[in-house]
Design a binder for this molecule. Structure first.
Ligand SMILES: Nc1nc2c(c(=O)[nH]1)N[C@H]1C(S)=C(S)[C@@H](COP(=O)(O)O)O[C@H]1N2
Ligand SMILES: [Mo]
Length: 368
């Protein structure tokens, strides 16, 4: 794999603060302290690749084809997209469905992400909806299928990932074909020149290096859309229990969650002195309603102040002033609840592939 020898130093230069999980496929996440800002800079944003980074021609040479269940199949250059369709910016959280997997016990297959496989960025592009309307959806249009040139490292004949969206999500105005991240041309590590932005969906639905969209009359069954990949069981499965993959459903919504970005693990405070707790809360289709914070390991909870996010799909800042009543270990926790009353669970809800872990985070420090 001569490629990765070039890419790892590149990754370290472009994203110096990231912990690299997997040097072969380039998977890396920031320390939590780097996420202590409303918009995650590109150099602190996690990256997740299921295969090798593809060789990408100059953005000018990139083409996006739309075909399948449409009246008028089309192929566009980046320039065509920018000239022919309205360019919009959506600020949105992007979170890998496997974020927090390292906490699952017993452990599951998959990358042992800590809590950093999430970020919030400004994504600029054109609405996928506008492309679909331009091409004219046929009545049978049911699901999109997204195709990219990246290939599995162990089998170069197979695409690394080919996922899609239910047609309703593809037609929803926040779903984009994006070419900019935080006002810069979309970096190659994040799927440049073109990627899908699907706010509220797991990161796996945010197809990078998008070169073809095929509209299908059935749920897409591309690479990483089958079996238990990015799916959750319809009913809870206990560890070790036999798995019936046919009862698993595609993850189309990320659960309500919060991340404490200050204080960080290992903090020290004085007994009786006030200290600030802050972080961000986000969710999928149902908005965040409130965040409660505890500094005594969950004995007592206080409403945090919840700020506005940058639009409906960004994470929202929360903050609270807390106090350690006695000397010893201090455990800070945050618990977000969505507008339908679903709160983050205090203990994780195990599933066979370790997805969607939104258990309440515990940050331990000490008071003296
Ligand atoms: N073509 C392609 N797109 C992809 C992937 C991939 O491996 N190949 N990984 C997906 C997954 S699982 C996630 S979590 C996000 C991560 O996006 P990022 O690397 O920009 O953070 O990209 C998604 N898009
Ligand atoms: Mo992911």
């Amino acid at each position: 794999m001569p490629r990765r020898l070039v890419e790892l130093p590149l990754l370290r230069r472009l994203k110096p603060g990231l912990y690299v999980h997997d040097e072969e496929a380039l998977n890396a996440e920031p320390e939590i302290g780097l996420l202590d800002q409303p918009i995650t800079p590109v150099d602190a944003f996690f990256i997740r690749n299921n295969g090798a980074l593809p060789d990408i021609d100059a953005p000018e040479a990139w083409r996006l084809t739309l075909d399948g269940e449409v009246e008028r199949p089309a192929t566009w250059s980046l320039d065509d997209l920018q000239r022919r369709f309205e360019v919009v910016t959506v600020t949105s959280v992007l979170e890998c469905a496997g974020n927090g997997r390292v906490q699952f016990s017993p452990p599951t297959d998959g990358l042992p992400w800590r809590l950093g496989a999430v970020g919030c960025a400004r994504w600029t592009g054109v609405r996928l909806r506008d492309l679909l309307v331009d091409a004219g959806l046929r009545p049978g249009a049911f699901y999109t299928a997204h195709h990219s040139p990246d290939r599995l490292i162990k089998d170069e004949a197979r695409p690394a990932l080919s996922r899609g969206l239910p047609i309703a999500k593809a037609l929803s105005p926040e779903t984009l074909v994006a070419f900019e991240m935080n006002g810069e041309p979309l970096p190659r590590l994040h799927g440049g020149p073109l990627r899908i932005v699907a706010p509220g969906y797991p990161g796996s639905a945010w197809q990078k290096w998008l070169e073809r969209i095929t509209i299908r009359p059935c749920e897409h069954d591309g690479e990483k859309m089958r079996g238990t990949d990015y799916r959750l069981p319809g009913a809870p499965v206990a560890p070790g229990e036999p798995i019936d993959a046919s009862s698993f459903e595609v993850i189309t919504d990320m659960p309500v969650k919060s991340l404490i970005t200050a204080p960080l693990a290992g903090f020290a405070v004085a007994v009786g002195a006030a200290f600030g707790v802050r972080g961000f809360a986000w969710s999928g289709a149902v908005p965040v309603a409130s965040v409660a914070v505890s500094s005594d390991g969950g004995e007592t909870w206080h409403q945090a102040e919840l700020g506005a996010g940058e639009g409906d799909f960004a994470w929202r800042p929360f903050s609270a002033t807390m106090m350690a009543g006695q000397a010893g270990i201090v455990t800070v926790m945050a618990r977000a609840t969505d507008a339908e009353g679903r709160a983050q669970p205090l203990e994780m809800v195990w599933n066979p592939r370790g997805y969607c872990n939104n258990q309440v985070q515990r940050v331990r420090g000490s008071a003296r």
